[in-house]
Design a protein around this ligand. Structure first.
Ligand SMILES: *Cc1c(COP(=O)(O)O)cnc(C)c1O
Length: 226
């Protein structure tokens, strides 16, 4: 096995173990391979190795990977999206993980040809360097999205702090899961909000144990072990 296939197998078995620990099914956790550190060739290898979802946080990287692999994978935009760039990518995006302001929602609504599934990004940890809404602002923000028919809120997304402190990470993921339930309880037709995009290379097992439906894995898939 080459190292990419090896990495995929390792991640998948750790997903299975985390699911087993928490009474969940691996099929309920979507693995998104984040290709921001890599070349199109590596993205192609990931797809060949069985990866069905690719994630990018830069416009150029997204477009390049999309052109090379469209039809062979689903494409997630996971980075902060500038309003003026929306028209360049929005119809290629299967899920946007970074909806965090009304101006962006308005532009998506204006430019997209069809409904766009969006995760609302939440800054659970409150770190200043992180994008996303403060938890208290999430419900009022989502309620305001009603006027944009092309926006569908499929769930909530967060980036946990970079820390080895497991209880802090768990607390962060639990808060996002609770907030998701709060939105779901509103039963808004444009915001079913049944998904949770949380968990990266350093913390995805904890995220799965706390209910992640989409994990975004970069370095652990593309690093070489040779
Ligand atoms: C880079 C990135 C990831 C993947 O990070 P790794 O720690 O390399 O797995 C996940 N989500 C977002 C938003 C990212 O920018």
């Amino acid at each position: 096995m080459n190292s990419i296939q090896d990495n995929i197998a390792k991640v998948q078995s750790r997903i299975s173990e985390a699911c087993a620990r928490s009474g969940r099914q691996p099929a309920d956790v979507t693995l998104i391979a984040v290709t921001k550190y890599t070349t199109v060739d590596i993205a192609r290898e990931l797809v060949k190795g069985g990866i069905q979802h690719l994630g990018e946080n830069r416009i150029e990287g997204f477009q390049e990977t999309y052109e090379a692999l469209k039809g062979q994978a689903d494409f997630h935009f996971i980075g902060s999206l500038q309003t003026r760039k929306v028209k360049d990518v929005i119809d290629q995006v299967d899920r946007l993980h970074s909806l965090d302001r009304l101006k962006l929602a308005k532009e998506i609504d204006k430019r997209a040809q069809k409904k766009v599934s969006c995760f609302v990004q939440v800054n659970v940890s409150g770190e200043e360097s992180k994008h996303g809404l403060a938890p208290v602002d999430v419900v009022p923000f989502i309620q305001e999205l009603e006027v944009y028919p092309r926006i569908n809120v499929c769930g909530l997304m967060t980036m946990a702090p970079h820390t080895p402190d497991e209880s802090l990470l768990r607390h962060c993921f639990q808060q996002l899961a609770r907030l998701k339930e709060e939105v779901q309880a509103l039963k808004l037709p444009f915001a079913p909000c049944h998904e949770l995009s949380m968990g990266m290379s350093g913390d995805f097992e904890i995220a799965i144990e706390e209910g992640a439906t989409h994990i975004r894995i970069g370095s652990m898939l593309v690093q070489s072990n040779t």
